[in-house]
Structures are given as C-alpha cells and as structure tokens.
Design a protein around this ligand. Structure first.
Ligand code: BGC
Length: 552
C-alpha cells in the first residue's frame, strides 16, 4: 500500500497543472506495443522536469478495450496488458516521491458488457432481479421489435440494443457499454467501495466520466430525447442528462472523500455546454471541481477566446460557493489535438476536418504550432487549474490520416467511419527521433506513428531552447511562482481588436496577439514569450507574459 501524499494544502487541485496520461499510448515497458503503468513510472522524471502537479490516468482497468478502457470489466483491478495492482502502488509511490499526485478515472455511467453483473444479467430471463442493475426494457411497436424510445447513442445509432430474448438494454455509448441503473442500491454501494479501494491505495483524486448522465428518468412512457446532450433544458428536466437526482450520488461520494486526510479530490466531466448548472457538480459538498471544455471547443479567434474566458470568470464569480469551477483544457483524448485544431478556419468544425481525413482543408502545421503555443501560454496565465493532454507539450499535431484498417475507436467503427473517430489524438508518443516506434515500445505500436513524428520526439526537444517542450517547462515553472489564489483578472483596454490582454492582481500580465501585425508591448519586464519578440513587439499569433516596473 502506498501512503497518501504527504503534504497539505488539501485544495492543491484548485490551481494545479494536471497532466493526462492515456496509458496505452504513453510508454510501453514490456514490448507488447501497448503502453502500460510501468512505462508511465519510467517516465516520471520527465513529468517532474515538466513541472506538473498531478497526473490523471485514463482507465487502466481490465477491459475488452472496445472504448479505449472506458468499458470497464472490473473496477478494482488492472488490465494485465497494462500491469498489476503492484504497478499502481509503485507508480503512486514514485509519483508522490517526486511531488506529483495521482488521479484515476472512474466510469460510473456504464460498465463493459463483460462485467460480471452484465454477463449475469444477459444470461438471466426478462424480469429477473439480475437485470435490475442495468436498464432493461421491452421494445415498442406491435411485437416489441422497435427500440423502447428514440434515445441516441453518442457513438451513433440507437441507444438501445436488443437481446435474443426480445428485451432491449440501454447504452448511451457503444453497445458493449451497458448503462448502469443508479436507482439500484448495489450500484451505489459498489462505487463507494471502489472509491475507497483506490483512495486506500494512496490515489489522490478521481476524474468522473460522464458525470451528468447517471440519473435517468425511466418513468413510463419514456420521453423523447433525440438530441444527445448538446442542448439541454436548464432546469434538470431532461430524461437522460443533468438531472437533479445525480447530485445526491455525489453528495454521498463527498462523504467518502472526507474519510481521508487530505480529503480526496474529484473533477466531473460533463460534455454538455457549460451553463449555470455545470457548477453544481463543483460544490464543496459534491465533487469539488468540474471541467469547463469551452476553450477546447473554441476556434482560434480573439473574440471566441475572450468570450470564453470572460464567461468562465463571470460564472465562477457568480458561483463563488462552487470554488472549483475554473478549469481550462485545450486538448484531450476525445478531440483533435489543438496544434492542428487551431490551424483550422473558424467555420470548419474539427470533426468535419477529421471526417475528410485531414484533406479538406489542408492545414498549415506551422500556423498550428504558433497558435497552439500562444493558446497554451494564455491558458497557463489564467487563474484556476489547467489540464494538459500527453504530447501537447511536444506540440504533437493530430494524425487525421491513419490507415483505415488501423483505426480502433468505436465512434468511427460503428458508423463505418462516417463519424470521425478519436484515434488521431491517441497515437503513441515519440520519445526518441529514431527507432521503429520512436522509443515508445520495443514491439509494434498498437496504433502506427507517422514518420512525421520524428522532429517532435522528446529527445530532440529536451535541450532545444526554442522547442515547445522547453516552452511548457518554462511556463509551468514560472506559473508556479506567479500563480495566486486571487482569481481577479483585469482586462486591459487596447485599441487593437486583434489583441487580448489581461493582468492578474499580482501584476502578472499576459498579452495574446491574434492579429497579423506585431503588437506593441507595454513597458515591462518580459518573462516569457511563445515566439521571439520582434523588435520588442509581440509577433502575430503569439503570446507574451510580462510585468511592468513597480508591479509587486
Ligand atoms: C470519455 C470518452 C469515452 C466516454 C464513454 C467520455 O467522456 O472521455 O473517451 O468514450 O466518456 O465512457
């Protein structure tokens, strides 16, 4: 067993830089081509040099890997391909020794269809108590041959799957991910036990998958909901998402977190557009923190970035009781990497670009590189916590044109690649610029890496003062010194509509130039810039941090 992280403060997560590890694609220690926990442990010095406060591990539990591990067959064990429980203990211990906390993913909305509960449910006849932990339902239409309702799966098609015995079960994601019935007391108990299982092993916190979907209104007749969670009524009346009852689950989880010293943290994933109800998940009596994905959904434009940051700060101020509302994310395992995404014209949806396999429009990687670095520096200068996705510190672009036969994401596979899959941001990391898998594995990597990954490799960037890796290291170190609990952001007036410029209350200023000509830098000491300054000016598509004389 691993000890808890030794030092306070308990609310370290409020301004943390958290690094998301997608273990299968991070580093492979045993040559099977799949990244694993021992591989992650071997790279902890790299993460300590990067300066992150915590790592968040996406699911490493036993899983058929239909949805990259978000189809969990056993919540209290490790997939043998990724390691053992002892590997978790060793990773936690080694991370804590380096001052890095460890967050794990909890997937409470659905299990794998290989979970013992679902295997028993499937084997049991309709009406059997073994089915009560999931949502089984008779079909509609004269012989029950139609799905019970019009509910949609996020991965395309109906959210209902029919079994040979005629009953249907609900799955908001792939059919191999049946949704759990959170009205069932066994389900509630099992997840509380699971939280304790990992907290007892020294895990510092939890990222809660699809946190807004657990409670469902299954009263008859089932109500129509054909639009997923893109546009929800803001009063908790949707039958599937963001219902009031879900908060009772998180209040009970909070009681579990408080059994520990320091209390365990949690961050809720709700993919629906951020609104006032989003912050309810962050109440100190519930999960404490909630993701705001608005930046990750923004195109490169001064007005959209400004709009997102202003809205988030205002929401945060309005929900001051929900202290963990300020979170920023630019990339994750679910969306095209921001070094490519931000190079797209604002009217092109990243998913549409992926659907064309990166052919239309062709993007300019140099533009993407500049904008991604500028966006990152802006994000890291904001109050709150920032979540980084593995490889963004290398400036890795999306790989939109992986060979079709290599693609694994169920979104693409279920729709015959009509819907854009997420494989392109999950390609294993390049650690070295040479070698068949760029140092990721001694075997054959589970997703092929393109030859164009070579110049992004960590080993070529590590000592290069101009590299993206160096920029991230410097920015995170400076941020550590400058970040402060005061969340006040003062917008500085500028006549230039291409410039976004703000000051933190300790005098730390950040200026982002979205324009096409260099922007004047006010007097001050330049702390860092995403591109070399141009005659003392901030070049187009870049960001500078500075302090004016006299600032504390
Ligand atoms: C995760 C996805 C996953 C889905 C279903 C999401 O929010 O981030 O990767 O496919 O939940 O578990």
């Amino acid at each position: 067993m691993s000890a808890s992280f030794p030092s306070a403060p308990a609310d370290w997560w409020r301004s943390a830089v958290v690094y998301q590890i997608y273990p299968r694609s991070f580093a492979d220690s045993d040559g099977d081509g799949i990244g694993d926990l021992a591989g992650a442990r071997a790279r902890l010095d790299y993460l300590a040099d990067l300066g992150v406060d915590a790592i968040w591990l996406t699911p490493f539990y036993p899983s058929p890997l239909v949805d990259g591990g978000y189809d969990v067959a056993d919540y209290q064990d490790v997939d043998p391909r990724l390691g053992t429980l002892q590997d978790v203990d060793a990773l936690v211990l080694a991370a804590h020794r380096r001052g890095i906390r460890v967050i794990v993913d909890i997937v409470p909305n659905h299990t794998s269809d290989q979970h013992p509960w679902f295997r028993a449910a499937r084997a049991a006849p309709p009406g059997d108590p073994a089915r009560r932990r999931y949502h089984f339902h008779d079909g509609s239409g004269p012989d029950g041959a139609e799905p019970p309702s019009d509910w949609r799966s996020h991965f395309g098609g109906s959210a209902w799957e029919r079994l040979p015995d005629g009953q249907w079960y609900l799955h908001l994601f792939s059919r191999e991910q049946p949704d759990l019935n959170w009205d069932d007391p066994d389900v509630r108990q099992y997840f509380q036990d699971t939280l304790r299982f990992w907290a007892d092993r020294g895990i510092d916190g939890f990222r809660v998958d699809v946190a807004h979907a657990l409670a469902k209104d299954m009263s008859e007749p089932l109500r129509s909901q054909p639009t997923l969670d893109a546009a929800l009524p803001q009063d908790g009346t949707d039958p599937l998402y963001d219902r009031d009852e879900v908060h009772e689950v998180y209040r009970s989880w909070r009681r579990v977190f408080e059994e520990y010293d320091p209390p365990r943290m949690a961050v809720a994933e709700t993919w629906a557009p951020t609104n006032d109800r989003t912050y309810l998940y962050a109440r100190p009596t519930e999960l404490g923190q909630v993701f705001d994905f608005s930046l990750l959904k923004s195109a490169w434009s001064r007005d959209s970035f400004l709009g997102v940051v202003r809205r988030a700060l205002a929401d945060h101020a309005r929900h001051a009781d929900a202290g963990g509302g300020l979170t920023w994310v630019l990339s994750s395992h679910d969306v095209p990497r921001h070094a490519s995404r931000l190079a797209l014209p604002p009217d092109v949806a990243p998913e549409d670009w992926v659907r064309t396999r990166g052919a239309s429009p062709r993007i300019d990687l140099e533009t993407g590189r500049r904008r991604a670095r500028a966006a990152t520096l802006m994000m890291l200068a904001l109050p709150g916590s920032a979540y980084l996705y593995q490889g963004e510190e290398l400036g890795l672009p999306e790989v939109p044109d992986l060979p079709l036969e290599a693609l694994q994401d169920p979104i693409g596979r279920r729709s015959d690649h009509d819907l854009p899959g997420r494989d392109g941001c999950r390609v294993p990391l390049p650690w070295t610029s040479t070698g068949p898998t760029f140092g990721f594995s001694t075997g054959r990597s589970w997703l092929p890496q393109p030859p164009s990954f070579a110049p992004y490799a960590a080993d070529v960037q590590t000592d290069d003062p101009a590299s993206t890796l160096t920029l991230y290291r410097r920015a995170i170190a400076l941020r550590k010194a400058l970040q402060e609990p005061d969340t006040t952001v003062t917008w500085l007036s500028t006549d230039d509509p291409g410039v976004l410029h703000f000051r933190r209350s300790n005098g730390w200023e950040c200026l982002v130039n979205f324009g096409t000509v260099p922007s004047e830098l006010p007097d001050g000491q330049v702390l860092l810039s995403s591109e070399p300054l141009d005659g003392g000016k901030v070049p187009p598509e870049s960001t500078a941090w500075f302090r004016r004389p006299g600032a504390e």
